[in-house]
Ligand binder design. Structure first.
Ligand code: NOJ
Ligand code: CA
Length: 657
């Protein structure tokens, strides 16, 4: 009964929304984007205009509380506090070293809810502020809408019902969106590109999007098991709801809107937070060549042995690889490990933890210590101080966490308020012990890594592990040309490429469906400050193409997307941070493709281009390993013609002559 009354009220409210007067408008610094918040007929709404074109109209703002009260109706804007910022800040690591935060802002005060808006040249964000006089509240539903004026847009989006965001993106008409994760990326029928996401999801639930009448999308929050969406207590702000607006596909990736809407770094000494590359006892496990568990009756089958780990450490030390990940070193993997209580300090008998840590330290290699929690965060916190203190004693700064299990602590979603808080607690705890986190099965990121840069990378992607065992035969070739525009807009992805050996004896129907040249190009196209070279070191020995992995950095001065069509191809160029080299990656989907690349991004002068490309007879299906290496002198005036095989790529390093 109550539901009907509320929906009737909502319909009435939508009709009541009308364009708001200019006095309530915040305009971007370049004047092209305008966001207006007002409450015509008492209903809190916003409108967005880009270049005199209304792109989002009459979209509701507010919340429904448990008990039925609604914040955002029978209200009016009482006052507006305006602000203006234009300042540069430096990232600890990232796709761009110096970021300009240039926006105009406003806080709109109403009786029970404030709305803060920031408008940049490349998009806008708004968040809710819950005034202290409201006290503690329980939210049932968020009423925020994104009512685009055109309903013939196309969208790329991740379906909400696949665990850990490990799915392909759907590409549908706007009206065919069901329940979607953000980032949700729109190819506009107006020629523009938009992406809806969030910034600074802390002490709140993640936002998903559901369709509404008239082509609108509405926010919906991932609830607690008791049906409440969010308990608002000490934290009086919601995350930012963000929309990037760009005339170019690449503008979505070059936008720094999400980072600008997170708080500055809270870690004083960041000298221990270092980007880098890693190899690991990992791919041989996913290919079922060895096991995570040590079984006394088959000790040879165990992957994480002292001997193998030291071999990996040697290879890393010799090849400009900074880290070695080892999975299956600790007690807890036997039997159904998703139900076990893992130990984070005790190793299997064939893994000499002390000797390995000392050996790695002596070689200047960091161990990336794997902590699979099986989503039992209570068990993790029972050990976290002793484990992290033990790792820190050896000078080790990296932990890869995993949270495999549909519910955190057996009760709540990873991306509900409880999950968000528990997973974030790990990051703050890790910072106390100077530990960087690579977070698998996380809540999708939202730029919190600006504030806590020890949160280095994470999964939330259908990554390369699916190429080892997935029933559909491995990730389809289009996937990597989409990922940078959906999940990639949320932050670093631990995708884990680097496959050179395409055999898969245990699962012959399944393998990495790219060429080697595409694997190389992915180091430039798919961003993470920690990048894995996933294959067994034996697969790299004596192979010229490995030079590119050895040389490619993972931290950048600046980034340019030269050209892209989502789902077809993408060409990205990045300048090394702390160096003058430029790197370029171009990748394609299942179609072979010729691409022209103007080198106008290169500074003046002559450059040596080291080019790794698909050989003439390369193809991902029949000949993935055929790579050509050529060198060429080039300058900014040149245009390079690239030939990409089916699911192929080109990777180039440009060295200043
Ligand atoms: C899933 C993670 O994504 C993967 O990288 C890891 O190897 C397994 N869980 C085991 O923890
Ligand atoms: Ca995973």
């Amino acid at each position: 009964m109550k539901k009907t009354i509320i929906s009737a009220a909502i319909v009435a409210i939508i009709n009541a929304c009308a364009p708001a007067p200019a006095g309530n408008t915040v305009t971007s610094p370049d004047g092209s984007l305008k966001v207006t918040v007002d409450a015509p007929d008492g209903v809190l709404c916003y409108n967005v205009i880009k270049d005199n074109d209304t792109i989002i109209s009459n979209s509701r703002l507010g919340f429904e509380l448990m008990g039925g009260n609604i914040l955002g109706i029978h209200t009016e804007v009482l006052s507006i506090d305006r602000s203006k910022v234009d300042e540069d800040w430096e990232t600890v690591w990232g796709e761009q070293r110096i970021i300009n935060d240039n926006h105009n802002g406003a806080v709109y005060h109403t009786a029970w809810l404030d709305v803060e808006v920031r408008v940049f040249d490349d998009g806008f964000g708004f968040r809710y502020i819950f005034p202290e006089n409201l006290g503690n509240i329980a939210i049932r539903d968020e009423l925020t809408e994104f009512r685009f004026t055109r309903d013939d847009h196309q969208a790329w989006w991740l379906p909400e019902d696949v665990p850990y965001y490990e799915s392909y993106a759907n590409h549908t008409a706007f009206k065919d969106i069901t329940c979607a994760h953000t980032p949700l990326t729109i190819e506009g029928s107006d020629g523009r590109f938009y992406s809806i996401h969030e910034a600074a999801v802390l002490d709140f639930a993640k936002m998903n999007l559901v369709p509404e009448s008239g082509g609108a999308l509405k926010a919906t929050l991932v609830p607690w098991s008791d049906g409440t969406a969010v308990y608002v207590g000490e934290t009086r702000v919601s995350p930012w709801r963000t929309v990037i607006v760009s005339d170019r596909t690449g503008g979505l990736i070059e936008s720094r809107l999400m980072l600008n809407l997170n708080e500055p770094c809270k870690i004083e000494d960041t000298s221990w937070i270092r980007p880098g590359k890693y190899i690991g006892i990992w791919w041989i496990l996913h290919k079922f060549l060895y096991t995570w568990a040590y079984e006394p009756e088959n000790p040879e089958g165990h992957g994480a042995t002292t001997e193998r780990t030291m071999r990996y450490i040697d290879f890393a030390a010799d090849n400009n690889i900074q880290g070695v990940l080892v999975e299956g070193w600790n007690l807890g993997w036997n039997g159904d490990w998703t139900k076990n209580l893992f130990s984070f300090t005790e190793a299997y008998p064939d893994y000499d933890f002390d000797a390995i840590m000392k050996y790695a330290a002596s070689k200047g290699v960091q161990m990336i210590i794997h902590n699979e929690t099986a989503a039992n965060i209570d068990n993790y916190f029972a050990q976290i101080d002793s484990a992290y203190a033990m790792y820190q004693r050896y000078g080790m700064h990296y932990v890869k966490t995993g949270n495999v299990n549909l519910l955190i602590d057996g009760k709540e979603a990873h991306d509900g308020q409880y999950g968000v808080n528990r997973l974030h607690e790990i990051v703050e705890k890790a910072a106390q012990y100077q530990i960087c986190i690579d977070e698998h099965e996380p809540c999708i990121p939202s730029g919190v890594c600006r504030t806590w840069p020890n949160l280095m990378t994470g999964e939330a992607i259908r990554g390369q592990e699916h190429d080892a065992w997935e029933v559909d035969g491995g990730n389809k070739p289009e996937h990597q040309t989409v990922a940078p525009f959906i999940r990639g807009l949320a932050g670093p992805m631990d995708y884990t490429f680097g496959t050179f050996d395409f055999s898969n004896p245990a699962n012959p129907q399944c393998r990495t469906r790219t060429t080697i040249a595409k694997q190389l190009a992915e180091y430039v196209v798919i961003y993470s400050p920690l990048q894995m070279a996933n294959d067994d070191p034996a697969a790299y020995e004596g192979v010229k193409a490995f030079d590119f992995i050895r040389d490619v950095p993972t931290d950048w001065e600046q980034t340019r997307v030269i050209d892209a069509v989502i789902g077809d191809y993408i060409i990205t160029a990045r300048q090394e941070r702390g160096g003058s080299d430029w790197f370029l990656g171009a990748i394609t989907d299942e179609n072979a493709r010729e691409l022209s690349v103007p080198l106008s991004f290169l500074p003046k002068g002559k450059w040596l281009a080291q080019i790794y490309s698909d050989a003439a007879d390369a193809s991902y299906e029949t000949n993935p390993t055929a790579v050509d290496y050529t060198e060429k002198e080039v300058s900014a005036k040149d245009v390079l013609d690239l030939k990409l095989a089916t699911s192929g790529g080109t990777a180039i390093r440009f060295i200043k002559k």
